[in-house]
Ligand binder design. Structure first.
Ligand code: COA
Length: 263
């Protein structure tokens, strides 16, 4: 498929998706949101893709939020549709069967912070800046940010960022667990690819069950979550990868996974 605002490169089982509107700091207009939905849906069913990396074009911004020019036209009816549609796009990312790594290469504001939060892992460049500045515009985060940020950090901090609109730098984002690692900008992509390569060397069947098991925490908690985990663990035990992984360890050799589903 051809995209106007996305660049997609697939190589060595990794898809790099770049949001490409650098003159508007990669802000998310309706066209870009539609393209993201289509692209992630396609990548999810592309058997050649094991890991997806999401980044922004240029050196200044990852994504500077929803397109404020489009926001400006919303009313109560279209605002609800806008929020629900955006949530659906970001849910598609969060529910990808394969890992999605955000390589946050600059401003990640509003919807930019929210799309990073929907990814499974976040890496940041030293110049990255995060924030939920929606209150400055008279709105609140509407693409899942109130929920995902609160779950990932804690409600006190999430409240502070959402209520003040303050921006935080990469160091602070790392300190509070919003990003896993910080790298110089010119190393960010190679580090993201290195992480992707590490994941690719594992059993992809196990990797995908692990994503499901961790994501279940968003739906249920306590005993129910543990039950889901046990079910997914059991599925892994039915695979050739499991036999191979455990045998390889015992035989002191590297495993060779075939990534097949259990019979
Ligand atoms: N929506 C639409 N356009 C945006 C945008 C957004 N969220 N963020 C940046 N842009 C555009 C600017 O309007 C400008 O376009 P122009 O050159 O046609 O005037 C261009 O991108 C460059 O942005 P600019 O503001 O000139 O860059 P800056 O370095 O002075 O400031 C930011 C960078 C990120 C601090 C500033 O652009 C900003 O605050 N953006 C909005 C962030 C926001 O509130 N996001 C949440 C939306 S819910």
């Amino acid at each position: 498929m051809n995209y106007q605002n996305l660049l997609i490169e697939i190589k060595d089982n990794v898809a790099v998706v770049t949001i490409n509107r650098p003159d508007k700091l990669n802000s998310l207009n309706a066209q870009t949101m539609d393209e993201l939905k289509n692209a992630f849906t396609e990548l999810n069913s592309n058997d050649d893709v094991y890991v997806v990396i999401l980044t922004g074009s240029g050196e200044k911004a990852f994504v500077a939020g929803a397109d404020i020019k489009e926001l400006n036209k919303l009313d109560m009816i279209s605002g609800k549709e806008f929020s629900e549609k955006g949530q659906e796009v970001f849910n598609t990312i969060e529910n990808m069967s394969k890992p999605v790594i955000a390589a946050v290469n600059g401003f990640a504001l509003g919807g930019g912070s929210e799309i990073a939060l929907a990814c499974h892992i976040r890496l940041a460049s030293e110049n990255a800046k995060f924030g939920q500045p929606e209150v400055n515009l008279g709105i609140i985060p509407g693409y899942g940010g109130t929920q995902r940020l609160t779950r990932l950090i804690n409600s006190g901090r999430a409240m502070e960022y959402i209520l003040t609109g303050n921006m935080i730098d990469a160091g602070e984002a790392y300190r509070i667990g919003l990003v896993n690692h910080i790298y110089p900008q010119n190393e960010l992509m190679s580090k993201a690819l290195e992480m992707a390569g590490k994941i690719i060397s594992k059993s992809q069947y196990a990797v995908r069950q692990a994503i499901k098991a961790v994501n279940i925490v968003n739906e249920v908690s306590g005993r129910e979550g543990l039950n889901h985990e046990a079910g997914l663990f059991a599925l892994c035990c039915g695979t050739e990868d499991f036999k191979e992984g455990t045998s390889a360890f015992l035989e002191k050799r590297k495993p060779v996974f075939n990534n097949k589903q259990p019979e």
